[in-house]
Structures are given as C-alpha cells and as structure tokens.
Ligand binder design. Structure first.
Ligand code: SD4
Length: 344
C-alpha cells in the first residue's frame, strides 16, 4: 500500500473508529446509583431507596429503607398487612445482604412490623445469619422492636374467611394473569392488585437490589410468604442464595414466586454464578428459570418464578416462567416498570 492509499484509508476509517470507540465507551459506562425491585409495587419502594442513593448514601441503607416502606403499607401483601398462613397467623420472612457478603435473616417471625430491620440487626449484632420464629421475635423485642397486635388487616381477614370455605392450598400464578385483575375488578388501596374478590392471593414479596455511587451492591427481601401456607413453612425469601444473593465483584439477584422451586436450585446464587460466567443479567435469569422448567415442565406450567438481577455495570434484567412478572427500575436515566420476558 502506498502512502497516498494509506492516508485515504485512514480518512475513511477514522469516523468508524471514533464511533466504535464511543460505542465501546457507552458499553463500558456504569449506571450508578440504581435500584431495581420486584413487581410494580417496587415503584414507591424504589422512590424511598432513591432518597438515600441520590444523596450518596449506601446501597445497604437504601434497600433497608425501601423494604421498610412497603412493610409499612397495611394494604399490601408484604408485612403485617399480608395474608396469613392456614392457621390465620401472619408470619414474615426477610433477609438483607451487603457488599462484604455480610447477611442476616429472619423467618416465620410474628407480630413485628419491620422484619428487614430485624434481619439487619441479626447481621450486625450476632454471629448468626438466620433466626426463626419465637427466637427471632424474642431477639427483635430485646432490640427495641415493638410487639404489634396479631389482628389481620381487613383485606387479609376477608381473603382468609373466603379461603376457609374450601381450605385448599393452591399457590396462584402471579396476579397479572388472574381473571379478576384482567377484568379490572381490583379492590381499593395502592397495592390492591394483590387482593382478589375470590380470595386468591399471590405476589406478596418485595425483593430489591441497589448499587450506590461507590459501586457497592446490597439487596433485601421482605414478605409474608405464600398465602395460606402451612404454619412454619419458610420460602426462598429469607434464604441467602435462594431469595437473595449479592456478590460485590459480580452482581446481585432476587426472586419472587413459588419459593420451593427457587430453593431447590439455589436460584439467586445460580443467577449470580451465571453472570460470573459472562452472561448478561437477563440471560443469567433465563438460564436459572430454565433449570426449574427442565426439572419438571408439567409442574412449572402451574407456577410462577421470576428472577431479577443486576451486574456491576448497573445493567439489569429479569426472566420468569410465565407471563406477568414485572419489575421496577430507578436510576438517573429512568423511573419505570418493565415486563419480564418469560419461557412458557
Ligand atoms: C415465597 N417467594 O414465600 C415467596 C412468595 C412470593 O410473590 O414471592 N410471592 O415463596
């Protein structure tokens, strides 16, 4: 190639290189701070977390604040306003995990308004990870939490009374697929979609993951678990590696849906491991969902599991077994609800 041709080629490729460079730079950019959370009920939760993230607070404080916010909602399926177990008792599960892999959880805790904060105390004040039932409640009281009344919320009482007519335990695939919702027959209240006229319930879990301005990740989950479960049943939500997993080198994930299926595959740990292998958050979630479906396709058709994940660049994604899993995202670039892709 003579010098003239070389210079001509240089002139032609220069803009291309610049475009490639700026594209690469774009791909390389990290979105932070950012918070993502399960379901559309994640929007106000994200807003609460954002107050902390946007003031350069820690992801840990942000996820706790988000979870506390929804636990306060008496008309929501998370927290003490949630649906009871088959014995009419509301039992709550929660966990929290930070960027050092510190974690804490409570399972089957009764009459305590903020299980996520008890989980944080377990993480910060004890050498343990999980406290359950009466022991968790005792620990909470010792740490200044108030023992609340055990009265069911009106919605929960109505649903329970209705459920008692048949007393059938049947987890319901996420509410967006339910005929009552499709027909627009929602009840009142900001989180009303969780409560149906026919007494069915689901989608009672808030899982959120955040990255702060320093690039540190944390996550939290809070739930009343599956409605009308056996007394003593614990789902995936308070189990580190099932309902929540954070690895500050790689990313973080949370889940919602039938907890038993998530526990069986150590769901969120699996999602993070897939991200470690180089998969995008969405693909990592998809591969974990596939693992559930592959085990028993017929069964998978009858239930819902959704995973939601974020990597260290603040890229996020989700995947579910069925249609209807949605998630909420808040960053400097967006504040919206996304629909997850699904397999079946
Ligand atoms: C559980 N995973 O207790 C929770 C339930 C849930 O939306 O996510 N519902 O199994």
């Amino acid at each position: 190639m003579n010098r003239r041709k070389f210079l001509q080629l240089g002139a032609l490729t220069a803009p291309l290189l610049t475009t490639t460079k700026s594209f690469a730079k774009k791909l390389d950019q990290t979105t932070k701070p950012i918070v993502i959370s399960t379901w559309d009920s994640g929007m106000p939760v994200n807003a609460e977390a954002w107050k902390i993230l946007s003031a350069s607070g820690s992801a840990l404080d942000a996820v706790e604040a988000g979870a506390i916010h929804i636990e306060n909602e008496i008309n929501c399926c998370v927290g003490l306003g949630g649906y009871p177990d088959r014995d009419g008792i509301v039992t709550l599960d929660s966990c929290i995990m930070d960027h050092h892999a510190n974690c804490g959880a409570v399972a089957g805790i009764e009459r305590i308004k903020h299980p996520v904060s008890v989980a944080r105390k377990v993480m910060e004040k004890t050498p343990h990870v999980i406290l359950v039932g009466a022991g968790a409640q005792q620990f909470a009281i010792e740490n200044g939490f108030i023992l609340e009344s055990n009265t069911l919320s009106n919605d929960a009482q109505n649903a329970y009374t209705e459920w008692l007519k048949k007393s059938e335990y049947k987890p319901v695939i996420n509410i967006e697929n339910q005929p009552a919702v499709q027909a627009g027959k929602k009840q009142n209240g900001p989180f009303a979609p969780n409560f149906f006229e026919d007494g069915t319930a689901n989608h009672d879990t808030m899982g959120l993951v955040a990255m702060d301005v320093k690039g540190n990740l944390s996550g939290a989950v809070t739930t009343s678990g599956m409605a009308f479960k056996l007394h003593g049943r614990v789902g995936d939500s308070p189990i580190i590696g099932a309902g929540l997993f954070v690895d500050n080198e790689i990313g973080a994930a949370t889940s919602s849906g039938t907890g038993e299926e998530v526990i069986r595959i150590c769901g969120t740990h699996l999602v993070v491991e897939f991200m470690r292998q180089g998969y995008s958050p969405e693909m990592a979630c998809k591969k974990a969902v596939e693992r559930i479906v592959k085990r028993d396709k017929a069964k998978a058709k009858t239930l819902q599991v959704g995973f939601l994940a974020m990597n260290k660049k603040g890229q996020y994604g989700a995947y579910a077994i069925q249609k209807g899993f949605v998630f909420s995202v808040k960053s400097n670039n967006e504040n919206q609800i996304h629909s997850s892709k699904y397999i079946l």
